[in-house]
Design a binder for this molecule. Structure first.
Ligand code: GLN
Length: 486
């Protein structure tokens, strides 16, 4: 029998409705599962057992009075530790925020509370979401549940590993250049980066404000839609929030429609692993056989995406992270003897090496001598990348590609080679630069038993189409029913 902790949120919700289980019992099962596997997985930075059980009890009371708040009422959710939750730690996996407790809720947390969900704990990440393996966390290394010697991807590696290992059925992550989709691919689960502006960034600790989006992780597409439905929506506290109409994702994803699917040749270039390539080709054949049209397209500025991303992201990060100065809040060095010392020593002690590298790079590309050569030029190329997508979407409805050129790599394998690490994002960063939605679903396993991710990229605010096309694949190849043995 399928273990309860591997069930989808949709199935668990049905069990709650039928009263075959209570939210308190469910939460206890997930807390127990977490305690059992955490010594091996290390996905959680903190767990709030008492609060989770209190909220689960409140959910059961609502249910007994017929006041259920929606389909995820009473369901545990894991939260990436960059999303502010009132009264909970908000470390961003950095030493600089080691003792920081958030005084307020992010917009997505307000939405989760309104929906009755149970935020169970805070999930590990690369420090300030900078990385592709979660190894840049200042606290612990998260392990891939499919093979503990491998990384879970990053930066939302804790979120992906926790869902994959059955510690929570749902989780939130953030994606600036691939940080939801790449870990979802590495862990064999589903993850979605929404259109820029669909989900409020209020309360998300900023890495690069023009690229960041919060999004859902789940075992399957239906659950992905459920969680997206809860967190999407306009918020006047985020100046880039869009007042778009939010459709009924659950209903639309079941529409059996034929799509024009674009295959961008630049995403199938040299660096792509043979087994990944084969799995993606199989997925393309599946869609061809099932009545979709497959159209070869070109996104010619793709080769510039990584350099453009690493200029714009570091520029924005360097100014966003200036707030961690040891004065207003965050770690203050005890060795500091004057004001300048407070800034420099606190930051030197509090930030890890990848964060420092990016602050230095970002400061450089914004400096007056180099602004035109780097930052301004990168913004121009960013426009070209957006135009590539706009042109492609004149002839196709969605774009299909690998999520990542390889499967998960070994812990330690790329940590001393930042450039190699940056190349893991080759298939994901352009989408953030263009502000488009994209999702990743599992589409196979390598011979070594590691999951392979399939990415769909959509037009702005066309998340429903992405869910529907992925759902057609999932119905036939139900990878959501493959579970790691831990
Ligand atoms: N891996 C990418 C980076 O290191 C993406 C990070 C992210 O999306 N937060 O910048």
């Amino acid at each position: 029998m399928e273990e309860l902790f591997f069930k989808s949120a949709e199935d668990l919700s049905k069990m709650l409705t039928q009263k075959s289980i209570s939210s308190v019992e469910l939460t206890q099962i997930f807390l127990q599962r977490t305690k059992t596997v955490e010594p091996k997985i290390q996905a959680f930075l903190s767990l709030d057992e008492e609060k989770s059980l209190r909220q689960a009890k409140a959910s059961d009371e609502r249910r007994s009075k017929g006041q259920v708040l929606g389909p995820i009422d009473g369901i545990p959710v894991g939260i990436k530790d960059v999303i502010a939750e009132k009264g909970q730690p908000l470390t961003c996996a950095s030493k600089i925020l080691e003792h920081y407790i958030s005084p307020y809720d992010a917009m997505v947390m307000e939405h989760l509370h309104r929906a009755g969900a149970i935020p169970m704990g805070r999930l590990n990440l690369d420090e300030f979401a900078m990385g592709s393996s979660t190894e840049n966390s200042a606290y612990q290394k998260t392990h891939n549940p499919w093979n503990l010697e491998y990384v879970p991807g990053g930066s939302s590696g804790g979120s992906a590993a926790a869902v994959c290992a059955g510690e929570v059925p749902l989780a939130l992550g953030s994606d600036t250049g691939g940080s939801i989709r790449q870990p979802a691919a590495c862990c064999g689960i589903a993850g979605l980066k929404p259109t820029y502006g669909l989900v409020s960034r209020y309360g998300l600790s900023a890495l690069a404000s023009s690229l960041d989006q919060i999004g859902p992780f789940a075992r399957n597409i239906t659950d992905l839609g459920l969680l997206l439905q809860v967190i999407a929506g306009y918020d006047n506290r985020d100046s880039t929030s869009c007042n778009a109409k939010i459709p009924d994702y659950g209903q639309l994803l079941k529409q059996q429609q034929s799509y024009r699917i674009g295959i961008p040749k630049e995403y199938f270039s040299e660096g792509i692993d043979g087994e990944v390539h084969q799995a993606i080709e199989n997925a393309i054949s599946f869609y061809r056989k099932n009545g979709h049209s497959i159209i070869d397209i070109s996104l010619p500025h793709t080769p510039y995406a990584i350099p453009v991303y690493y200029i714009i992201m570091t520029a924005e990060a360097s100014s966003n992270l200036a707030r961690f100065d040891g004065i207003r809040y965050s770690h203050r060095s005890s060795a500091a003897t004057n004001a300048t010392d407070i800034y420099s020593k606190s930051r030197a002690e509090g930030f890890g090496s990848e964060v420092k590298r990016r602050i230095i790079l970002g400061t450089y590309v914004l400096s007056s001598d180099h602004l035109d050569a780097y930052y301004v030029r990168a913004q121009k190329v960013r426009t070209r990348i957006c135009e590539d997508f706009a042109k492609a979407f004149e002839t196709v409805d969605v774009i299909l590609s690998p999520t990542s050129p390889t499967t998960a790599f070994k812990l330690g394998e790329k940590i001393n080679d930042p450039l190699q690490m940056y190349l893991s994002d080759i298939c994901t960063v352009s989408i953030n630069l263009a502000g488009l939605p994209a999702l990743s679903i599992p589409c196979g396993f390598s011979k070594a038993g590691l999951p392979i991710g399939l990415q769909f990229i959509g037009k702005a605010f066309h998340e429903a189409e992405l869910l529907s096309i992925a759902y057609q694949f999932e119905k036939v190849y139900d990878f959501a029913k493959c579970f790691p043995v831990i």
